[in-house]
Every structure is written in structure tokens, then in C-alpha cells.
Design a protein around this ligand. Structure first.
Ligand code: GLU
Length: 511
């Protein structure tokens, strides 16, 4: 059985993540608790479904990885099965704790939870070796004593003869007694030579490869370490994985993996190789297209639900539905909805979707998410009454903001100290004429007993009418004086949020 990884391997949230502490996301995802909770799931089928997400921790959780994780999670949740996480950290030179943390936190941010403790592949090397030796004992594998120089020469020769470069099976039928005494050996799988192997992939359909193209690959290196190919097969089997949903860059590996599975007589999983994500120009997705780690999107002010919805629609569809909640996604997700052609990553679409989720998000959550940005900008902590004001302003602010950063920016006017520093465009609106107008506005507003949306609006309308000006002509210099900028929520909302005293003082500062 698999050993659970020690939980101490997940240290507290690193400093880099403090802008949006995870407790905020705990709250954020709480409303989805019934989706994430296994107990409340209604299993759709009785056979247990087990999926896994198996990232190699060599970098951040990129968009493609996040989508693979989501599809595995959704498929398992849809079927009331298990979604497992396996960290493929066998490449010690390239795996880092930092990358493990980034992946774990990225998944957490997206609201993807996993059943059981994560498995660390590197801790299972002994089990991987055991299986290689089992295959050796059953005659499905053999010892190869070829030295690396010998193999290099073999490849050189194949290259010169323009033949495919693959192991030529030189130790396949040779007696190990011919090997030099005590020489190290690799264990290779004795693959089928004749015929072909066909995989009925749930996304790609039937894909076949001639067995002659699959050479006797190494499972256990001469230093006793397992290869990636062996480790994946053994772990998937031991974890009871029934469905392998992963990028189609792994389709080639599937044939080698299947050869081992068949040699062991293990049950074959269902393969679902999903097309990769491309950039808007159709080229393979790269940083140039905005293909960053998911944490970069969080730091751009994207909400987890928006990212979830966006990634879901990137390669999977349910009719023409664009806005799909987590609960609906769990209800609807199936492999048959995954498209066969690569999808295109479109930052603009993500931003638009984010605007939708911003408008839908609970005010308290948006307060929690925007406070760190506001405090960073003001370089000072918000007081409890500032927070209250922010909460009060949220319905107005969130209707206009496309992301958390813009939301935070749009709230700054509430907390600025008098006299306000006007930005250049705001200052240019406050010529002598405008200041005279502000003077009469100040007088009229000062006389108001009731400070409401209606009374302030009535007052300003009356002034505009008597001056034969449009309301906009009044609102512009007022906005400049009240907020220090030329863009803000509606002017009456601004007046109400600031209150009578602060509004009048800010107007007076500019007269
Ligand atoms: N560790 C592999 C990767 O990050 C995935 C292996 C698999 O899904 O089989 O690309």
C-alpha cells in the first residue's frame, strides 16, 4: 500500500503569498463547500473512479497543468470518485520545494481539493525497483549490460545509416552469464516485436502504433533508480487510478506504459489525452502569450472562480454555455465534452469573465481580497471604520471593476487625506470658471439637511438647469475635487460614500 507523505512537507504559506492569504480563499471557497464535500456528492455510477494529477515540481503551476488538474478533479467529483495528487519529484536535480509549494498553493487557490495525502514519487523508488525485478523474474524483462559508450556508438551508427535511433535489443536474447563479472546492468522491458498496439483514447479515439517502433526501454537504470516510465505505471496501479486524464504530449508514453501494464497483467486504465493549449496566434502556448503560473493571475487580480470557469471552457464545452458555476461543472463534466483540437488562450476573455465574477462575488469577500492591495497602495493599514466604508462602497465599486486590483484602485479616493493630490487630468479641469461653479455647488449642498442620493441629485439638477449646463459639466469638476481623478463611481454615490462633511471639505479645498 502507499505511504502517505509526511504533512510537514507543506510549510506555512510563504511570504510571497501574503497579498491574498489562504484563509481568504478558505472563505471564498466555503460557499462551494457542498461541491467539494465528498459526503454530499451524489455518485452517478457505482464503479469507483480514481483520477490523479501528477505534476513534476520543476516550476510553477502553469495554465496547462492547472487545466489538467481541474479536469481530473471534475471527473472524479462528477462520479463521486477519488481525485488524488502525486508529486513526481524523481528528477532531484530539477525538482524544488519552491515548485511543490507553488503547485500546492495554486491548486488550493483554484479550490481543488484532493483525497488522501499527496504521494511523493521519490519515496517509492524501492517499490518501483521491486516491480522491475518482478518483470525480470517472469521473463518479461531482461538485464542489459551495455555500457553508455557502447550505446552511444550504437546511436551514432544508426544516425549515420539514417535509421531510427532506438535500442537494438543486443542483450534481449543473450545469456547474462556472458556479462563481465559484477558489471552493472539496467533492466529493460521485453516488448512485443510483431503486430501493433491500439489505445482507445477517450479523447483522441483509436490510436495505433506498430510494436516494432517501441524499443526495449529501460525501467530500472544501472544505478538502481527507476525511470519515469516505470514509476508512473507502478504508482498509477498502486493508487488504483482508473482514468488517466493528461496532456496529449504524453500519448506516446502511453504505449510504453501499457506494455508494462500488460506484462504485469494489471488492469488497464482508461486514457484521455487532452489537446494542449495554444496561444491566440495558434502557436504552442508560451510566456509570450501570457502563459504564466496561476499565482500570476491571482496577482493580476483574477478571481479563482473566473479562472476555474475560463480553464474549464478551454477545451471542454457544454453546449453554448459560457458562464458555468463550479456546481454546474461538477454536474456536467464528462470526457466526451473535451474537444479534439487545441484550444486558444485568450487573456481578454479571461478578463471579461473575471468582470462577471466580480459582480457576482460577495461584498465581504471582495473586501478581504482588495484590502491587501489598498494597504499596499496607501502604505498604511486600513482602520476598522475604513473597512466598514469599503464594505459600504462595495456594491457600487464592484459593478465597475474588472479585477481586484482595479477594484482596489477605484476605492482609494475614499481613504485619501485632505487636501487631495489631484492627478494631472483632474487638475486641468479646475480652471477659474470651474472653481466658481464649485463655489455655488458647495453653497447649495451645504444647505441640505438630508444628505441622500435623491436630495443631492435634485440640488445639482437645479443648479445645472439654472446655469443651462448639462449635469456632466457639473459632475466633472466635482469628481476632480472629490476624488482627485477623472474616473470614479457616479457622482451622487461619491457624495453619499464620503458623507456631507468630507464632501464639502474636499470641495472647499479646491475653491
Ligand atoms: N509528471 C508528468 C508531467 O508533469 C505527468 C505524468 C502523467 O500525467 O502521466 O508532465
Amino acid at each position: 500500500m502507499l505511504r502517505a507523505a509526511p504533512i510537514e512537507r507543506f510549510p506555512a504559506l510563504p511570504e510571497a503569498f501574503v497579498s491574498t492569504p489562504s484563509r481568504i480563499f478558505d472563505a471564498y471557497h466555503r460557499k462551494e463547500a457542498s461541491v467539494n464535500s465528498k459526503e454530499t456528492d451524489q455518485p452517478k455510477q457505482t464503479s469507483p473512479v480514481v483520477t490523479r494529477f501528477a505534476p513534476s515540481p520543476t516550476g510553477f503551476l502553469h495554465i496547462g497543468g492547472a487545466r489538467t488538474a481541474m479536469f481530473n478533479w471534475l471527473f472524479a467529483r462528477h462520479h463521486g470518485g477519488k481525485a488524488l495528487l502525486r508529486i513526481e519529484d524523481t528528477d532531484k536535480a530539477r525538482s524544488t520545494q519552491e515548485a511543490i509549494d507553488a503547485i500546492i498553493h495554486g491548486l488550493d487557490w483554484l479550490g481543488l481539493d484532493w483525497d488522501d495525502e499527496p504521494i511523493f514519487q521519490s519515496e517509492r523508488a524501492a517499490r518501483h525497483a521491486e516491480v522491475a525485478h518482478e518483470l525480470l523474474a517472469s521473463g518479461n524483462a531482461y538485464k542489459c549490460f551495455a555500457t553508455s559508450e557502447e550505446l552511444a556508438a550504437m546511436r551514432e551508427k544508426q544516425k549515420a545509416e539514417k535509421k531510427p535511433m532506438r535500442y537494438d535489443g543486443r542483450w534481449r536474447d543473450r545469456d547474462p552469464s556472458e556479462a563481465p563479472e559484477g558489471a552493472p546492468y539496467a533492466i529493460r522491458l521485453k516488448t512485443e516485436r510483431a503486430g501493433k498496439t491500439t489505445i482507445d483514447d477517450a479523447v483522441q479515439g483509436e490510436v495505433s502504433v506498430q510494436n516494432s517502433e517501441i524499443d526495449d526501454f529501460i525501467m530500472l537504470r544501472s544505478d538502481g533508480t527507476p525511470t519515469y516510465m516505470l514509476a508512473v505505471v507502478v504508482d498509477d496501479h498502486d493508487m488504483g487510478v482508473t482514468h488517466l486524464i493528461r496532456g496529449d504530449d504524453h500519448l506516446n508514453n502511453a504505449f510504453r506504459q501499457l506494455a508494462m501494464i500488460r506484462a504485469m497483467g494489471w488492469e488497464e486504465p482508461v486514457y484521455a489525452h487532452i489537446p494542449l493549449i495554444h496561444g491566440n496566434d495558434g502557436a504552442k502556448l508560451s510566456k509570450r502569450h501570457g502563459a504564466l503560473g496561476v499565482e500570476a493571475y491571482r496577482d493580476m487580480g483574477i478571481l479563482p472562480d473566473a479562472m476555474f470557469n475560463y480553464l474549464l471552457r478551454l477545451g471542454w464545452g457544454h453546449g453554448d454555455d459560457e458562464i458555468i458555476s463550479r456546481a454546474q461543472a461538477v454536474e456536467w463534466f464528462d470526457i466526451s465534452g473535451v474537444g479534439k483540437s487545441p484550444s486558444r488562450f485568450d487573456t481578454k476573455k479571461l478578463q471579461n469573465l473575471n468582470g462577471h465574477y466580480m459582480r457576482e462575488a460577495a461584498d465581504d469577500i471582495l473586501v478581504d481580497l482588495s484590502v491587501p492591495w489598498i494597504e499596499k497602495n496607501l502604505d498604511a493599514p486600513l482602520t476598522p471604520s475604513d473597512r466598514q466604508l469599503l464594505r459600504q462602497a462595495m456594491p457600487v465599486l464592484k459593478s465597475r471593476a474588472k479585477n481586484i486590483i482595479l477594484l482596489a484602485d477605484s476605492s482609494l479616493f475614499l481613504f485619501k487625506k485632505r487636501p487631495l493630490d489631484l492627478d494631472e487630468r483632474a487638475a486641468s479641469l479646475l480652471g477659474p470658471e470651474a472653481r466658481t461653479m464649485l463655489h455655488s455647488i458647495h453653497g447649495a449642498l451645504n444647505d441640505l439637511e438630508d444628505w441622500t442620493l435623491e436630495t443631492t441629485e435634485e440640488t445639482l439638477k437645479a443648479i445645472a438647469e439654472s446655469a443651462e449646463l448639462g449635469l456632466g459639466k457639473l459632475a466633472q469638476p466635482m469628481r476632480a475635487a472629490l476624488t482627485g481623478s477623472t474616473s470614479s463611481p457616479g457622482i451622487f454615490d461619491v457624495l453619499i460614500l464620503l458623507g456631507k462633511e468630507e464632501s464639502l471639505d474636499r470641495l472647499a479645498d479646491q475653491i
